[in-house]
Design a protein around this ligand. Structure first.
Ligand code: FES
Ligand code: FES
Length: 947
């Protein structure tokens, strides 16, 4: 069949397969700038232009493009000049992970994107989703607002410098996990369980193996007979060992049953359809309270070696403690308030799904291979690490390359030097990729077959085969004296960890830490449970449990203030911990946690100022109910128990610098911050610094990019290395140039020696001549830790006739210590607020009565679109931290946490109704209003508590 298509000015004549979409066709031709976020027309990441018109290439048949001219993001720039829209995205930094950026660029650079469209961006951009930015940076890009500053030599911290990878992101040349061409690649597809709880009696794979192209089928008979946790922590024992690569018992609908490896995805899918599995169905339980009750089906009947708190009651982990005597606290109180709050399952929805590619490369040090260099040879045996002189490379969409390598080595008994884990650019994580969900099975197959193997989750698999935010039920009880002084604080927390305990106990512990510790009260008590059910497993998610409990406690504080007749701001100010105080909880103090800078008062001041000069109520449509509310939150800068980072900075032959750091970049901006820190220490410009990261080859160890550690932990290791290198260079140059050390000064590319200039190139050459390598290491173990603070305020309007809610104004206070890069930090806040608004207003992973996910697509699981997210005013506190590098604190997880309760408090103010269950769906709001009306009770601000 003859076929011709012109792509970015190049003719292609290879014919597409029958039914092939344009997206996969273009990627197979090497145009990796075309991304896949859903393959269903919902996200826009695959947008290209066909004869100048933007189309979702995943829905566009490749055959239809016959004879047409297709432009992908790689073809936007002309004659080496960026398209004006590409330049605008760079100037405004209209991206974070950048996985959506090509789609936005192809939409907004089309001729049809005219003035009319620019005037109505909510409608014009409705076909493109972004999970990271909160859209305001994208709006600024489209409108041509410049935010980036130009780099100059010396102190770069505090400046809004653009991300080093920006040019690659906007030209589609940044390489994400699957943007590699691997020769001889095999494709894996997973057969998943249709049952919530069942024992596999038999599996017949013979028909699957007869499918042309199928190379192998793996079942539990092939998997190592050992248990582990898919959660990745510095200390692997933090999570229970309850998971097998492939198990003979399935515990949720969607659990892996078998893996088919084939020459094509289609053949692997067909192979999955041909596997015959006989199950013995077992009783199942979906509700965590029922799961803890006597007689409930036991989901993990395992021994103490699995570290499950009470397997017989499905209690994965639990915590109980009391400080003082809460009963006395209730007796001392004039007002006691108690309520139960519930949060839902939410998906991370990073635009790049989970997945990895494993291949082989020569293992001799200094010979890192490129994908495609693997040798096709004889098949290895089970447990083989490949042929002699080779090692396995896993290129993964992960936040934790080093911890993944360690887990793979443990699982398959491999020496560390035989495994390399690399992350390309990661298309969003939000905690979901602090997990080993694909690497284990892919490595099993690659080692057995001695062929490169790829597994890429579909968007649907992301919903039922990855993890979710933990749904929580939280009962809060508060007691206070008439003047607002808290007398007692009590929580009962039940977190549903789903079928596996990955992150379960750790999320539960974190949820009751800072949320209790931020308030002073003489009596505190907690009972917390992380509970197994036969549902899709939960995992790490931005805030790590704290957001769920903050929703409850901040809603309860608002209600307590109403009952006391006290301004909720005053109630907070009367009870929050102050500078230098310790965060005391019923489980004791975390000894390495210190308030090393205090900006909570300033965060509350942001709310007070917003209220003082606010006229946004005037924006409400006539007849709508208007209300305002706020909430605050505290979060530790880094996880407890240590978070390790190693960094190396060295001077290169050409007089530039190289940073090696283990942490991964997934849009959180750590690459930029690490360069800024280094530039400041060495008196140079960021563009004279290269960085290697996210690769187990580049440094000794790094715990990973989670727990808000990229700036404060990895950044501190980088700072130590850069400072040490500056010292080395100056010491060496003093001797070399025979000039007193005190008269030397580092500049961008040289050392000024009392009037004479010695270039860094010359210094490198001289040092090498004397056998000296100018390089320094830095290490930080993540302890001690400081505390960051946030506040959020909303004014909203509610249509009493429909339940529709509009946000009239959104204001956020953030205490990030010294703000390393205001542009990026603001982006983290805007993105966090947007993600939290999704969870507040409409996002929810729904399960049917057997636990099957019924919202496994973006069109059934609503993600915030451009039109849903208001512009949030972001105000940073003026603080400088005594622990964080150069005074910085972390600000990646925390902006999420105060948003749901602030919204709930505004909704309470507007309607007179306390909503205790997220999300606050429009029809739920309408229904609650209607019930009150039917009961003859009033709605709105003036409603008294007992009305
Ligand atoms: S990948 Fe095409 S719209 Fe999502
Ligand atoms: S920057 Fe838009 S999805 Fe990450």
């Amino acid at each position: 069949m003859s076929f011709s298509i012109r792509v970015n000015g190049e003719d292609h004549d290879s014919a597409p397969r029958a039914g092939q979409c344009l997206r996969t066709y273009l990627r197979e031709q090497g145009w990796f700038g075309v991304k896949k976020g859903c393959d269903a027309g919902d996200c826009g990441a695959c947008t290209v232009q066909v004869d100048g018109d933007p189309v979702h290439s995943c829905l566009y048949p490749a055959l239809r493009a016959e004879g047409r001219s297709v432009t992908t993001v790689e073809g936007l720039a002309e004659d080496g000049e960026l398209h004006p829209m590409q330049q605008r995205f760079l100037d405004a930094q209209g991206f974070q992970c950048g996985f959506c950026t090509a789609g936005f660029l192809m939409t907004t650079s089309a001729e049809a994107f005219d003035e009319e469209k620019r005037a109505d961006l909510p409608r014009a951009l409705k076909g493109n989703l972004c999970r990271c930015t909160g859209y305001r940076a994208i709006e600024d890009a489209v409108r041509g607002v410049r935010h980036t500053e130009r780099p100059c030599a010396g102190q770069a911290v505090g400046r809004s410098l653009g991300a080093p990878a920006g040019p690659q992101v906007v030209t589609g040349t940044a390489r994400y996990t699957f943007d590699v061409d691997v020769e001889g690649l095999l494709h894996m597809k997973l057969l998943r369980s249709p049952h919530p709880h069942a024992r596999i009696v038999s599996i017949d794979t013979s028909a699957a193996l007869r499918v042309p192209g199928v190379v192998a089928v793996f079942t539990h008979h092939d998997a190592p007979d050992r248990l582990y946790s898919s959660a990745r922590h510095e200390h692997p024992t933090e999570g229970p060992d309850d998971t097998r690569v492939l198990d003979d018992v399935v515990r949720f609908v969607g659990q892996r049953v078998a893996a088919v490896v084939a020459e094509s995805e289609g053949a692997a899918e067909e192979g999955c359809r041909r596997i015959a599995v006989a199950h013995e169905e077992l009783p199942y339980v979906l509700d965590p309270e029922e799961a803890m009750a006597p007689g409930a089906p036991v989901i993990h009947p395992k021994g103490p070696e699995s570290r499950i708190a009470r397997p017989e009651n499905n209690v994965c982990g639990e915590a109980h403690g009391e400080l003082g005597d809460v009963d006395q606290g209730w007796r001392e109180a004039d007002v006691v308030y108690e309520e139960t709050f519930r949060t839902q399952r939410v998906q991370h929805a990073s635009l790049e799904t989970h997945g990895c590619v494993a291949y082989f490369e020569p293992s001799e040090p200094g010979e890192p291979g490129e994908p495609g260099e693997q040798r096709d040879g004889s098949r290895g045996t089970a447990g083989s690490e490949g042929a002699a002189g080779e090692r396995i490379v896993v290129r993964s969409s992960t936040q934790v390359p080093f911890l993944t390598r360690r887990a793979l080595c443990d699982l398959y008994g491999l020496p560390m030097e035989k495994v390399r884990v690399v992350a390309g650019r990661v298309g969003g994580g939000f905690g979901g990729k602090q997990e080993m969900l694909t690497e284990d099975i892919v490595v099993l197959a690659a080692m057995r077959l001695h062929r490169p193997v790829k597994l890429e989750f579909t968007r649907a698999e992301q919903f039922y085969g990855a993890t979710t935010r933990h749904p929580f039920t939280i009962t809060v009880k508060l007691g206070a004296k008439r003047d607002g002084t808290l007398t007692a604080l009590q929580f009962r927390v039940v977190a549903n960890t789903g079928a596996y305990g990955n992150h379960g106990p750790a999320v539960m512990f974190h949820s009751i830490g800072e949320s209790m510790g931020v308030y002073r009260a003489p009596h505190k008590k907690v009972d917390a449970y992380s509970v197994y059910t036969n549902a899709v497993p939960a995992g790490a998610f931005r805030g790590y449990g704290l957001g769920q409990v903050t929703f409850a406690v901040e809603s309860a504080m608002d209600e307590l203030a109403r009952r006391l007749g006290i301004d909720p701001l005053v109630l907070r100010e009367r009870n929050i911990i102050g500078p230098g105080e310790h965060m005391e909880g019923p489980l004791g103090e975390e000894e390495d946690l210190h308030i090393a800078s205090y900006g909570l008062d300033q965060c509350l001041g942001v709310v007070r100022n917003a209220l003082a000069d606010d006229t946004s109520a005037e924006l409400a449509p006539e007849g709508w109910l208007v209300g305002q509310g706020f909430a605050m939150a505290a979060i530790a800068c880094g996880p407890p128990g240590g978070h390790i980072a190693d960094a190396t900075v060295k001077l290169l032959e050409d007089g530039t610098y190289d940073i090696a750091v283990g942490t991964a970049e997934f849009g959180n901006g750590t690459t930029t911050v690490h360069k800024q820190i280094t530039a400041g220490a060495l008196g140079t410009t960021v563009d004279r610094i290269g960085i290697r990261q996210s690769d187990t080859d580049v440094v000794r160890h790094d715990t990973g990019a989670f727990g808000s550690a990229g700036t404060v932990v990895a950044g501190k290791a980088v700072m130590k290395a850069a400072n040490a290198l500056a010292e080395q260079i100056l010491t060496f140059t003093a001797e070399y140039a025979r000039t007193p050390r005190s008269l030397l000064r580092l500049t961008a590319d040289a050392v000024e020696c009392d009037g004479r200039v010695v270039t860094l190139k010359e210094i490198h050459e001289a040092a090498r001549g004397r056998g000296v390598e100018l390089r320094a290491d830095g290490h930080f173990g993540g302890s001690p830790r400081s505390v960051a603070f946030n506040s959020q305020w909303f004014r909203i309007a509610v249509d009493p006739g429909t339940g529709e809610i509009r946000i009239l104004r959104s204001v956020h206070g953030a205490d990030a210590g010294k703000v390393m890069n205001p542009l990026q930090c603001r982006g983290q806040v805007e993105g966090g607020v947007a993600q939290a608004l999704g969870a507040t207003l409409f996002e929810r992973v729904l399960l049917d009565e057997r636990g099957e996910v019924t919202t496994a697509a973006f069109r059934r699981y609503r993600l915030p679109a451009y039109a849903d997210v208001p512009r949030t005013e972001v105000h940073f506190s003026e603080t400088s931290d005594a622990i964080g590098p150069l005074g910085a604190k972390s600000m990646s997880e925390s902006p999420f946490n105060p948003v749901p309760p602030a919204f709930a408090n505004a909704l309470r103010d507007a309607t007179g109704i306390r909503f205790t269950e997220a999300p606050f769906l429009r029809d739920h709001v309408w229904q609650a209003l209607e019930e009150r009306r039917r009961a003859g009770r009033g709605v709105g601000r003036g409603v008294s508590l007992d009305e």
